[in-house]
Design a binder for this molecule. Structure first.
Ligand code: FUC
Length: 824
């Protein structure tokens, strides 16, 4: 039954009431009825540079504080010297099928523990903690704690002895400060003290002119030296009352209202320059913020945030679950109907990207910008064999293109520092890196010759440059980053080796990230992922050089090498082969399924163009199973979306929205009460991966067309999304009811042919003339790089891939015009 009451559609299905507002999504708040008991319950705020976790305690408010450039270490790369001969030897051993010996030599050449004169990357570190201690607040009522992701403001409120106390906390996008406003409904009732701590060894905490100051130097207990100096200042501004101080504590008594401004600055300027002046910088940030009134600061903050956040709305309907606190909603998700939690999770992913990655900041690291330790898991650095890339999957399709820029800046840096590893380790031109980097843009081996022998980090990262160009059509951007694309192509031109059996050109040595094909042996040549990555690197270079009219000769040379890359292969278990030889095991449950890079984020496998490969990829997914680390499940949502199986993608979202275990290690991911993703421990990639996957279920644009609702699950029959982005600069609004498309709006920002794929039995009406699509799409941002015909094992039993019945239309668009389609 379907009724429309006051702009709402009320659907009565199986006794459950699902109401969908026809306008914006209603519930954009994380809500709790008790303070955070641990970090995984605290709420993240951030402005790209500064981050804080808000605990919302009553007797004690606790803000764990971060600044994005507080890392151990100092400017330097970590490229091992004189290892080229070993690499040559490893290549020979691999050619002779002496796999164990090759792995042994790699492990010996690059030991598991960092040699003295090198390092395996430096940790990202917390600044410390700010505490507000309230006397007499032990007994309280009506507690409420929220994170409003529509405004990027966290709130706390409660009552003590009939007086209501309120806090409003945000990391301002307008100025570089964290702002804490404390108020109550009774004059003169704010009495509390302000103090701080920091775990850094070199530190001082003191009071100067009613300001709380924390100074320190990065560096951890385990001998990882640090040269980042930081200075933090907290300044309380009072309405009424008075302020007194001891050596390291401020006490506020009888105030009506207090606003505390906190800022942090360091000496970091660039990966090779730490000559900044933290004292001067932190004062500048604070002076700028203090020159405004609180309300003006808040308004400017919200405006700047909403400029990005409001571009996309998602409405999947709400049920009574939405009235419950967020922790309970996560607990009950599997056994309740709570489509709105998916919308909230999606928007929370966008909130996290805006809050951890702004123009001019560092890219989001393994924990975004939030980390309470000196030695966090995997140093909270940039692991680029999946994690860093995943952080940026939602950047383009969820309309946050500007948030992608810090990653481009990092790639630019790496394309310089990575020339050393290319030259020293491989005697190659161009640049490369391995599977990790940090604030200092290291490009050498990390974690030794087993995990680290993967010279492909640059190959993957540069995909982001080309994709940004496909989404935005920004030729100036392409020009600026063309040298990074070219440098990566040059590296592979020089590094590719001829495989002795079939004479393909392959990367050797390398590995399929972190997986093995024999006990403790992963080193090999020509993994499927490497072949796919080099295919993309070469095509990006060829295409970019064509757009910019540069390097014709080099482009021809790259085309010749491209022809010699191995094709994808379907193995004996009807799986997509992970290695050049058919060595996949059907009981392999490894979290990395790297050979499916070709399915997503790359677009080399399409259910319509290469049904056999899609079927093989699907089988590989089924063998690996669903449950895994948070990021692995996030990736699986995207893969099932690309395989057009909305129900299986939904199942993976449900796995992701399962309460995370309390263990701090392991491979059973899920979601913490604060909606952050668990590896475990907390790792932000899974949030971003799942956010991207939800977008991929609603709109895809990689295969020559915009596919509207490619993977809509049965559990989300009604909804609407506004503002998703597709390649070629298209912006798309979609509405659907009873699992069918009802309205489509396409805004064209670049002009050009729009080719759309929709489900078969749908009749679109519009003023716009639609033509049935024929031949290739002529839109320049939708060109397909044709892959080689796959090789299929004699033992494979292909059954055929059941792609849904669809229809494909073309319509011509003009720049900045809007096209509306309705379904009658
Ligand atoms: C890769 C993954 C791990 C973890 C780490 C940060 O090494 O294999 O699961 O996510 O990165």
């Amino acid at each position: 039954m379907l009724k429309i009451i006051q702009n709402k559609i009320i659907l009565l299905t199986f006794g459950t009431v699902i109401s969908i507002s026809l306008h914006a999504q209603q519930n954009l708040k994380l809500i709790y009825n008790k303070p955070a008991e641990n970090w995984n319950e605290a709420l993240p705020i951030g402005n790209g540079k500064l981050g804080a976790m808000v605990f919302g305690g009553v007797s004690q408010e606790h803000l764990q504080l971060n600044e994005e450039t507080i890392w151990a270490g100092e400017p330097r790369n970590n490229v091992p010297k004189n290892t080229f001969d070993s690499i040559q030897k490893i290549r020979r051993l691999l050619n002779e099928d002496q796999f164990e010996k090759a792995q042994d030599l790699s492990n010996k050449t690059y030991p598991r523990a960092a040699p003295k004169d090198l390092n395996y990357g430096m940790p990202y570190q917390t600044m410390g903690d700010l505490f507000l201690d309230f006397k007499g607040h032990e007994k309280f009522k009506n507690y409420n704690r929220t994170l409003d992701i529509e405004k990027a403001v966290s709130t706390v409120s409660y009552a003590v002895n009939g007086v209501t106390f309120k806090r409003e906390i945000f990391a301002s996008f307008a100025d570089n400060v964290v702002v804490i406003k404390l108020s109550s409904n009774k004059k003169g009732s704010l009495n509390f003290s302000v103090n701080a701590s920091t775990p850094h060894l070199k530190k001082s905490i003191f009071i100067e002119k009613n300001q709380l100051i924390i100074k320190g130097t990065s560096g951890s207990a385990d001998n990882k030296i640090g040269k980042i100096n930081f200075k933090t200042i907290a300044i309380p501004i009072l309405k009424g009352g008075k302020i007194t101080s001891t050596e390291n504590e401020l006490t506020i008594s009888g105030a009506d209202e207090v606003v505390i401004y906190v800022s942090i600055a360091t000496n970091f300027k660039k990966y090779n320059d730490i000559s900044g002046n933290p004292d001067q910088r932190v004062s500048e940030y604070l002076n700028k913020a203090l020159s405004k009134k609180y309300d003006a600061e808040l308004k400017a903050h919200i405006e700047k945030y909403q400029k990005y956040f409001n571009r996309v709305s998602l409405n999947l309907g709400t049920t009574d679950q939405a009235k419950k606190t967020t922790d309970i909603r996560i607990k009950e998700f599997a056994n309740s109907k709570d489509p709105d939690l998916i919308a909230l999770y999606f928007q929370f992913g966008r909130y996290l990207l805006i809050s951890s990655s702004q123009q001019g900041t560092q890219p989001a690291n393994l924990q975004g910008i939030w980390n309470y330790q000196l030695n966090p898991a995997w140093d909270s650095k940039y692991t680029v064999n999946i994690n860093t890339e995943m952080n940026y999957w939602p950047a383009e399709n969820t309309n946050l293109s500007e948030m992608h820029e810090p990653l481009f800046d990092m790639i630019q840096d790496l394309s310089v520092t990575g020339q050393e590893s290319a030259r020293e380790m491989y005697h190659a031109r161009g640049w490369n890196m391995h599977h990790n980097t940090d604030l200092w843009r290291i490009t050498g081996i990390v974690d030794g010759g087993f995990y680290g022998m993967w010279p492909m980090g640059g190959a993957w990262l540069t995909q982001h440059l080309w994709n940004h160009y496909l989404y935005t059509g920004d030729k100036e951007f392409l020009k600026k980053y063309y040298p990074a694309l070219k440098g990566s192509a040059l590296f592979y031109l020089d590094v590719l080796q001829q495989d002795p059996s079939k004479k393909y050109l392959v990367v050797s040595p390398s590995m399929s990230p972190e997986n093995t094909y024999m006990k403790s042996v992963g080193i090999t040549a020509g993994t499927t992922m490497d072949n796919q990555l080099v295919f993309d690197v070469f095509n990006n270079f060829i295409n970019a050089s064509k757009v910019l009219n540069e390097d014709e000769n080099l482009s021809n040379e790259v085309k010749t090498a491209l022809e010699k890359l191995p094709p994808m292969q379907i193995g004996q278990h009807t799986q997509l082969q992970e290695w050049l030889k058919d060595m996949d095991r059907t009981d392999d449950k490894h979290r990395h399924i790297s050979h499916l890079y070709g399915l997503f984020p790359s677009g080399q496998i399409s259910p319509f163009r290469n049904a056999d490969l899609a079927e093989a990829a699907k089988n590989s997914m089924i063998y690996r199973g669903d449950k895994s680390t948070g990021w692995s499940m996030g990736w699986k949502v995207n893969w099932w979306a690309r395989l057009l199986d909305g129900n299986r993608a939904f199942k993976l979202i449900s796995d992701q929205l399962t309460p995370a275990p309390m263990e701090t290690q392991g491979q059973a991911g899920g979601t913490y009460p604060n909606l952050l993703d668990a590896h475990p421990p907390f790792q932000i990639d899974g949030n971003f991966g799942c956010t991207s996957g939800i977008a991929e279920m609603l709109l895809q644009s990689y295969d020559g067309y915009l596919y509207i609702l490619p993977a809509l699950p049965d559990a989300l029959p009604n909804g609407s999304v506004k503002g998703l982005k597709a390649r070629g600069g298209f912006e798309v609004d979609i509405e659907w009811k009873n699992s069918k498309l009802t309205k489509l709006i396409v805004k064209s920002t670049l002009g050009g042919n729009a080719r759309i794929r929709i489900a078969k039995n749908i009749k679109l009406t519009s003023k716009t003339k639609l033509n049935i699509a024929k031949n290739e799409n002529l839109n320049e941002y939708y060109q397909i790089n044709t892959i080689k015909t796959p090789l299929i094992s004699d033992k494979a039993k292909l059954k055929g891939f059941n792609a849904p019945d669809t229809q494909v239309f073309d319509f011509n668009t003009k720049k900045d015009a809007v096209y509306i389609f309705e379904v009658k």
